[in-house]
Design a protein. Structure first.
Lengths: 466, 466
């Protein structure tokens, strides 16, 4: 990209921001809410247009928001102590330890031995694994912490490493597949994501009852279809350079033999990893904070010298990720706190009043998805908008049950619409295999593809089974 | 160190922690306060004994405190969004940018050209620079952000680099000298540290009036003596490998000629750096948060491509520093919140009731200093204990004016008693030139040396001039 072109982009973004800032704001929301919206949307456009990296855009966005008094410094910094943000940072470090111990390589080789004939096959096997463990694993972020080190190891074993510029060989595709897969596995089960039961409760207050059985019955067909079609589409539009690896299983077998028995470091890592998985899965039942479990894992890996302090000192990537994610997280939360999201939701609900019911239905789901561009948390999005949209639908005489299900499924699969759209994306992106800009593009495509699949296959299916 | 020896140390520390945990706690404080004290003191002993690195000890300490319900996760994580913690992280990154741009090298060469004949001379010149700018610079942490990149560059230029194992050549000594120097420059002026005016106000409520003039009059002689003696003592006990460099000034002159005119990156960095210094110095007057100023500097360095995102990705050191400092900061704050510090202060005050006044005076100052082992913030220490100690002294009939001054000066120079004793230490330590364990040793020596100097030279001087 030429210097001049980049300068034009930067100036465009800055002018855009200033224009939005000074536009007359709707009387229903405060001037601070409007200004924060101006900063936030400019930050996001800056990344989409490629004028700034996500780190630079976020830092400058926060500085402007604070210096103009739109948000106070304490609030602006509060994202850094958010436990989801810290969970991601620590999970990232744990993933590195899993790889360094050799355990990651071993699990990767075992998976390649079993599923490694084609890259697409590996992608499907990752989604399948995720789907199977998901109902017992109510934190999608923790699940990303579990899957990520395995995919990272598969990539490294196959010679696909962003540090060497070979990320596109195979890693980028697998990372993106699994990142999107987490959205699908979360849509599949009521208990696969923390926000799902909360969403079911909101629906209950609108007279829609969704239990574990209803959910899986309704989600099964469209989710399985999406899980089959979407990776294949991604494979076409975001192809791995290595596609067929007929000899990979045999090679993996040989490598496994070469590795021999598990080393001390591998055994310790395996024990700690199993401990983490068990505690994460039980964390809601036992009421233990997920982030402190991650810190426990990190502490044990360090105390046993499996992961060395000097190795962490190389992991600046975790820091940059923490900075931009903490900032975007707080900007979006504040926008929500200032009732900006409610306002937009209500506005949409009013606009569709005069449309035919079917069109209104489709539009409600579509707009609900598009609004995720403004959110950095799936849960916050659902809490802010699900009720507003269901209420509007009931006023219009739309049957709330299929709509509630469609919105709840969307809450999960729209995770990849932006890099910050879900905390599960962050590990994958911070790995260097996927750029934020790619997420805007391919994540957007996958989200709208899923929207179509759930509408075409999900709606008739729901009307049959429920 | 042998594996067995390290294992013995680890077990000793764990047993110690368990014993303190189960000791009967004084009825005046809550069981949570006692348990937190047990965790905190064990963490610190773990580092002093060398059983764990400061990162591992802190992470495990936090995990235990949270899992036992001693502190809740939200509180435990809150240090990560503390603005002093973030200021250090960002200042660390800015320092790296100053070095990478070449500006650091240029300033370093200019200083070497002028003062570089001996390493001790360089050390004195750093303290002198600090002393001169201090009265206009009310944040000692921001001042460390200003001095650190210069010292870092001087060390690198002289071939002293922790990444190459050559930190002891010259860098370690200069870093330690300047780190301690900040304590002295802060003790020198009422306006050189944010806590000083607050301390003067507390003293006022005990009938002691300390203005800008009184302060500098009282502090001048003992502080100047300490600034002369302490670096020399450090030079003897923690010597740089390179001592005399008679040709360094000439060499620096030649290097400067080789560098030629300032590059684009240097000019931009210089402008941003001056901007930072001006804003930091004026931040209290203009009521701008110091951390957001630092973020502004970082954002501009990144946006102008002087500092590249891929360079930040190598700076994992900033992340490890952030983790341990955020944790220790919060543990100490919580101990204070839970009135543990008050309790200890009061206990001491009662114990000395029957001692002769002179002995009581010395003991009060000494105990005030020793208690800094428990604090991670000079301001918090002063806020918690200054009033308690002054009150006790007045009850005993001790003249509160010299005591107030001695305690206020100590609040500044005891900064190096532990690695976490002041936020100004953190940049120096995270650079890799100084280990936390060295701070416990040499920082302790410098603190008690200063105690003696201020007592022997400061007290008579104060009785003459005030």
């Amino acid at each position: 990209m030429g210097l001049a072109e980049n300068m034009v982009k930067k100036i465009t973004i800055i002018v855009l921001g200033i224009v939005i800032w000074f536009l007359p704001h709707p009387p229903e929301i405060s001037i601070d809410a409007w200004h924060l919206f101006a900063v936030f949307i400019t930050t996001i456009f800056g990344v989409i247009l490629g004028a700034f990296s996500i780190l630079v855009a976020s830092v400058l966005g926060m500085v402007i928001a604070v210096l103009t008094g739109t948000i106070d410094p304490k609030t602006a910094f509060s994202g850094f102590s958010n436990d989801i943000v810290l969970l991601i940072v620590v999970a990232f470090l744990i993933a590195k330890a899993v790889v360094r111990s050799g355990l990651g390589k071993r699990i990767a080789l075992l998976m390649i031995k079993r599923f490694g004939k084609t890259t697409l096959g590996l992608g499907y096997s990752l989604i399948a694994t995720d789907m199977i463990i998901a109902p017992a694993f109510p934190s999608n972020t923790a699940r990303s912490g579990l899957l990520f080190p395995i995919i990272y190891s598969i990539s490294i074993v196959n010679g696909s490493n962003p540090e060497k510029g070979t990320e596109k060989k195979l890693g980028s595709f697998l990372m993106f597949t699994s990142m999107f897969g987490i959205g699908l596995s979360s849509a599949m089960w009521l208990t696969a994501m923390a926000a799902n039961p909360a969403g079911a409760e909101i629906a209950e207050s609108y007279g829609v009852h969704i239990g574990f059985g209803t959910w899986i019955l309704a989600s099964s067909i469209p989710t399985i279809i999406a899980a089959i079609i979407a990776p294949w589409v991604l494979y076409k539009i975001y192809p791995p350079q290595i596609k067929d690896t007929p000899n990979a299983p045999l090679h993996a077998q040989k490598e496994l033999e070469k590795m021999g028995r598990m080393s001390r470091d591998e055994i310790i890592t395996a024990i700690i990893f199993v401990l983490l998985v068990v505690f994460w899965a039980l964390s809601d039942t036992l009421n233990i904070n997920k982030t402190i479990i991650a810190f426990l894992g990190l502490g044990l890996l360090l105390a046993t010298n499996v992961f060395k302090v000097k190795e962490i000192k190389k992991e600046g990537e975790a820091l940059t990720t923490m900075i931009w994610f903490a900032i975007l997280y707080i900007m979006s939360s504040q926008l929500n706190e200032l009732h900006f999201m409610d306002y937009v939701g209500n506005l949409m609900a009013v606009q569709i009043e005069f449309l035919p019911k079917q069109v209104a239905f489709v539009l409600l789901v579509f707009v609900y998805i598009v609004l995720h561009y403004l959110f950095v948390s799936q849960t916050a999005h659902m809490m802010a908008l699900l009720g507003v949209f269901l209420g509007a639908a009931i006023t219009l005489g739309i049957n709330p049950t299929p709509l509630a299900l469609m919105l709840l499924f969307a809450t999960n699969y729209f995770s990849v619409i932006t890099p910050q759209g879900s905390s599960c994306n962050i590990l994958y992106i911070s790995s260097g295999y996927i750029t934020p800009k790619e997420v805007y593009k391919y994540g957007g495509i996958l989200t709208f593809l899923s929207f179509i699949i759930y509408m075409i296959f999900g709606l008739p299916w729901i009307s049959i089974v429920l």
